[in-house]
Write a protein that binds this ligand. Structure first.
Ligand code: ATP
Length: 262
């Protein structure tokens, strides 16, 4: 992205964002509510066009390419995508129908390889036992896993996940973090962008971080350089203490301002 802005009426949702993601990168995108995270990944996912600047995705430039050819090359999970999955659809079909970029399985013919791939992906995300269940009967955590398997079904060159841990309980979150960590560490996984609200949800193996505030980039780069208490405090506009655990997990909490003596 070069100087990418997104405007709606008088509002500037993204303000001259310059950012690049390489094939082997696994990015975490952090920022307070309303910072522009979803808007950013909607541009990355070829769902919306920038109002200004240039966005290049997988060798194509948005605005000069057919987004209907580009979108199947991108795996996207988000609340908006989940809402469009029919509740009565069987889990196996939710995953396999991604190969034709349709929601709701009907008319399509799938071959044995598709079935094998869907099964392998469900095993990878720990959801193979759910294959015969309907999507509507799954718990929030189970739905998130199925959505990730679906996003991977087309063997995308870019994987974008917008808040996959939202609504999960502690156990569900921990399971998801380890699933995402395994994905991140797998060399065959695509370039990945993960939007999150909590530093505790950053899966070990993620390589880069981008912090957004008011549509602007506060910090971006290799995770070990960018994930600092200073950058986080600036992003959330409050003094924060950041802990980095030896296993690569993070934790943050408000710091108490020290009163100066005298
Ligand atoms: N069509 C629109 N017109 C005006 N403002 C909009 C429009 N769409 C989104 N916004 C605003 O743009 C800002 C960025 O929204 P976005 O959804 O990208 O934020 P976010 O960082 O994903 O937030 P959250 O963490 O709450 O999901 C928000 O303040 C939102 O209210």
């Amino acid at each position: 992205m070069a100087d990418v802005s997104v405007r709606r009426g008088q509002a500037t949702l993204l303000d001259r964002v310059t950012w690049s993601v390489d094939e082997a990168d696994r990015w975490i995108v952090l920022g307070p509510n309303g910072a522009g995270k979803t808007t950013l990944v909607q541009v990355c996912g070829a769902q919306i066009h920038p109002s200004g600047g240039v966005a290049g995705i997988l060798g194509e430039v948005l605005g000069t390419t057919d987004v209907f050819e580009l979108r199947p090359r991108i795996g996207l999970t988000s609340a908006a995508v989940a809402e469009r999955i029919p509740r009565e659809e069987k889990v196996g079909d939710v995953v396999i129908s991604a190969s034709y970029a349709v929601l709701g399985r009907w008319r399509e013919h799938y071959d044995e390889l598709d079935h094998e791939r869907a099964h392998t992906l469900l095993v990878e995300v720990g959801a193979d036992h759910l294959v015969e269940r309907t999507f509507g009967t799954l718990s929030e955590g189970e739905r998130k896993r199925v959505q990730i398997a679906r996003a991977l079904m087309t063997d995308p060159e870019l994987l974008i996940m917008d808040e996959p841990a939202a609504g999960l309980d502690l156990g569900g979150r921990e399971d998801l973090v380890s699933t995402l960590s395994n994905l991140a560490r797998d060399d065959t996984s695509p370039a990945t962008v993960l939007v999150s609200h909590h530093v505790e949800e950053i899966p070990p193996g993620f390589t880069h971080a981008l912090m957004l505030r008011n549509g602007q980039v506060v910090a971006a780069g290799p995770i070990r350089e960018v994930m600092t208490a200073e950058a986080l405090s600036e992003t959330y506009q409050m003094p924060l203490i950041l802990q980095i655990h030896p296993d690569g997990r993070y934790a943050a909490r408000r710091g108490v301002r020290r009163h100066q003596r005298g």
